[in-house]
Design a protein around this ligand. Sequence first.
Ligand code: ZN
Length: 543
Amino acid sequence: MSTATPLALLIGSLALAAHAEAPPAPRIVVAISVDQFSSDVYAEYQPLFRAGLRRLGTGVVFPAGYQSHGATETCPGHSTILTGSHPSRTGIVGNEWIDQSLPRPDKVVYCVEDPAVAGSSSRNYTVSPQFLKAQTLGDRVKAAWPGSRVVSVAGKDRAAIMLGGHSIDQAWFWAKTRFTTLAGVTTPAPAVVGKVNAEVATELARPTPPKLSEACRSHSAAVSVGNRTVGILAEHKPNDSLGFQTSLAFDRATADIAIGLIHELRLGEGPAPDVLSIGLSATDYVGHVFGTGGAEMCMQVLGVDEGVGRILDALDATHQPYIVVLTADHGGLDLAERSRIHGMPDAVRVDPALLPANMGKALATEFNLKEPVLVGNNAFGDVYLASDLPAAIRVRVLEAARARYLAHPQVAAVFTAAELRRTPAPSSPVDEWSLAERYRASFDPDRSGDLIVALKPHVTGLPSAEPYVAMHGSPWNYDRRVPILFYRPGMAGFEQPLAVETVDILPTLAAQIALPIPAVEIDGRCLDLSGGSGDRCVADGNR
Ligand code: ZN
């Protein structure tokens, strides 16, 4: 008699016992992304949380989640959260990239535009998921169970689309003066959208006087940046759209629409699990316009805490089993001026000489070429050789450009596309990846630059980028590290301080609803949330 049989029986009965204790599978899967909510911001303000963020903190907490890639921007970051894939697989290498073959004057491509639409440009576009090369959780759920509903609501269009994917039933995002949906949608808008848009119109038209909570008083201190002062609350002027986007009203309106859709669509009551993604975008605008260390960010994260609490209350009210994950598309860094006041002597602003147009000038002289020689929008990240450079000298110009960047004291590393293409997939934990490995994870041979420039740590933001005073987008951990919080009512929570990745979210959520994900299609790993009983990753073959 073989000994394998009793052992297999034993394992089988243990698995059955574990499954018997397991809670019912979620009927609503919810992903909340808080734009620019770094692990550092989460840690700094955590003692102040009283509502939703505090409740999520009783679940499974990964304080060191990683947006693993180098190009830590909004569109790439959101593309990882529900696809299980790095930007190298989603194709979303930046918020924008350059396509010099486009038959239009504007060669900049916006990540959720459709350039095939007549008159499209990166600034005036029709929103589309067509650049997203990967399937989202919503796409996969919809393919498995056509009766599922996929709902995506966000402040930013790129957040709504990258979280929702290719088969969204309800997409709502902010466009200049109101929340809107995809072009060509003919079904009537849910009632909540009209209601929220009317409230927002009233909100926009009136000034909002500053109101500082007692909890944020210790964060209120003035810092001078150029001719502005940040760190203390200021009044939002009427009809100021950036003022609205940095106010508590912006995320409140986004959450109101999400909550309204939970009720109106009776999420969780359909024939199969529904997927709801919510992008709370205001934290990013607050971070850019005021930095992360002042009264403005303190008030903003308290607003997120309250908004997430209201979303959880609405989910509770469905009486359906649900699971929530909350994370961020990237981290961020405070403005250099306050970082220096707060004991970080090497925090500086980037030298405008590093802009591709300026670097290209010297190359034009050196090689006797007409400008532009280098194309790109930023003083770091993707830099492209002008497509009309003669083939015979392209390699020499590329090497000369690399040498010029490397000679600059603010530059940490420069990679060519060929180098990144040859870089093998990393095998070490994500917090130990090399710079080349980080940039490889956001490299797409058709969309990335010919050179990728990494600045040294704590070098951020052009001096002339007003009203933005603080930036993200670097390959450094303050921009990569984001909290990942999983929460299901009644779950036994724990905290795991070791590094995990945002690409782990998709297989982890899929396992909760027994949706198989072929490992070869994604980069992430399923994380066991059970705390020891009934590992869904094993049960559903997602690991
Ligand atoms: Zn962002």
